[in-house]
Design a protein around this ligand. Structure first.
Ligand code: PLP
Length: 475
């Protein structure tokens, strides 16, 4: 392309000010930060200028539109994109209830309400209202946790990984901690027990084998430098076959004999007996406390169904010591989390209420009939709107608990299966679903798109239906 032509194109390119003064942008000026608008327009104009400068032939520029209003429209899209929050809602149609990538537990309405209140007003976070003196933020949930778990004392920190680190650091820094080789777990996000141990300053002493560890393995490893026997709940995997692990009760007996505390990382931490609801029995926190463990730690946002938090319950003396550790300050829980946790724990005072109102428990215990009705209704809607586009069926399937809890538990569910007639991959469909205004996350299996309504909330149904129809019509 000759220089004259190139110059002609460059001259026809509107200036930044011209675009900013266009009717498109003037109309919306008050809605958006001026700086963001300026940047967007500058970027739009400059990218066109680059294209003109780099064009090798005029053909490349022929279908380009240099109208002020077109550039303004482009800039406006860019502004909207810039201002869109990065962290956004998605619809979880995977059926995995505690999906770590999707934010694990949803909060109960009462917990959401509590977060709103505590964040809009000042609070007695660290004020003792009866004396007017400085209080402790940890006091707000301690009684409740003790009542629910039967423990003497309790403390909450940022998350369970932090809780484990804190407990090890407080009770075993510079000393030995004995743990079974069958319990050297790695949790998602590279939380590995051996690594956490190093970070905490405790020395790891592994005993037993991957599949079998006996009480005498622990006993033989005890030295005068042993600070703790640690039991870790293998929450996200299961060793089957020729296996044995030492029970909490036996470990506590051994610990008592040598005056060594026994600590358990329960991982998920559940406060109600789930076997009543047809789910495999996960050990409850109360059971661990009753076994006489010195300290038990668990997550706030796994099976408990509350906010992200690490909960530490145990004997008064150890809890006191942990509270005084400087590390506690670094792992401290925030007031919004505390408010959500207190509201969630209060629901547990009435088990029926907990199961009804805590979304995690509610989703896990949904009656099969409800799931079937939801699936049939969605399938009927889709069949109506997607004639000739896809084969739509209701099929049997399984939901997962997720979050590293109950790894073997497959909960029967009803799935809506969509199989596109056209040669489009379901991979492409899931990609497009993720690009919806409210992204939809679904599973694929053997070229079928599978929708599990266990994890879809009632008020999300219209959105889900519309998105599925829109996306399937496009492909
Ligand atoms: C999930 C889990 C953790 C980590 O808990 P977070 O609350 O995610 O920090 C630690 N230990 C076990 C056994 C777990 O299952």
């Amino acid at each position: 392309m000759d220089d004259n032509t190139r110059q002609r194109y460059l001259r026809s390119l509107p200036g930044v000010d011209q675009v900013l003064q266009s009717s498109v942008l003037l109309k919306v000026q008050v809605n958006y930060p001026q700086q963001v608008m300026n940047d967007a327009v500058r970027e739009t104009v400059s990218s066109l200028r680059t294209k003109i400068i780099q064009a090798e032939s005029e053909e490349e520029l022929l279908d380009m539109d240099f109208h002020v209003e077109t550039l303004a429209q482009k800039s406006l899209e860019m502004v909207k994109e810039t201002l869109k929050p990065n962290l956004c809602n998605v619809i979880n149609a995977t059926g995995t209830v505690l999906h770590t990538n999707l934010g694990r537990s949803l909060l109960a309405d009462k917990a959401v309400e509590a977060v709103k209140e505590v964040s809009r007003h000042y609070s007695n976070l660290e004020l003792d209202l009866s004396t007017g003196e400085r209080g402790s933020r940890y006091s707000h949930v301690e009684d409740l946790l003790c009542r629910l778990t039967g423990a003497q004392g309790a403390l909450v920190v940022n998350n369970n990984a932090g809780a484990v680190m804190l407990v090890l650091n407080t009770l075993a820094q510079g000393r030995e901690v004995i743990i079974s080789r069958g319990q050297m777990v790695e949790i998602g996000g590279s939380f590995r027990i051996p690594d956490v141990m190093i970070q905490s300053g405790a020395h790891l002493v592994e005993v037993g084998t991957t599949n079998k560890t006996h009480l005498y393995d622990y006993e033989r490893a005890i030295t005068e430098n042993t600070a703790m026997l640690l039991k870790v709940h293998t929450s996200n995997y299961h060793i089957v076959g020729f296996t044995s692990q030492v029970s909490g009760t036996e470990l506590v007996e051994l610990g008592t004999k040598y005056n060594i505390p026994v600590v358990e990382d329960l991982g998920s931490g559940v406060l109600i007996d789930l076997s009543k609801y047809g789910l495999m029995g996960e050990p409850t926190v109360q059971e661990s406390v009753k076994e006489g463990l010195e300290v038990v730690t668990f997550s706030g946002d796994k099976l408990l169904g509350g906010p992200q938090a690490g909960i530490i319950v145990g004997n008064k003396k150890s809890i006191q010591k942990i509270k005084k550790n400087q590390l506690t300050r670094a792992l401290r829980i925030d007031k919004m989390t505390l408010a959500a946790l207190e509201a969630t724990l209060q629901l547990y005072l009435d088990e029926d209420k907990a199961v009804r109102e805590i979304p995690t428990l509610n989703m896990l215990t949904l009656p099969h009939m409800v799931l079937e009705a939801r699936a049939s209704s969605l399938a009927a809607f889709l069949k109506n709107h997607l004639t000739g586009k896809a084969q739509i069926k209701v099929i049997d399937g399984f939901s997962q608990v997720g979050g590293g809890a109950l790894p073997l538990e497959n909960i029967p569910t009803k799935l809506v299966s969509l199989q596109p007639y056209r040669m489009v991959t379901t991979l492409e469909v899931t990609q497009r679903l993720r690009e919806e205004a409210v992204p939809i996350i679904a599973r694929i299996h053997k070229n079928q798109l599978l929708i599990d309504l266990r994890t879809v909330r009632e008020d999300e149904m219209p959105l889900l239906q519309d998105s599925l129809v829109r996306v399937m019509k496009k492909v």
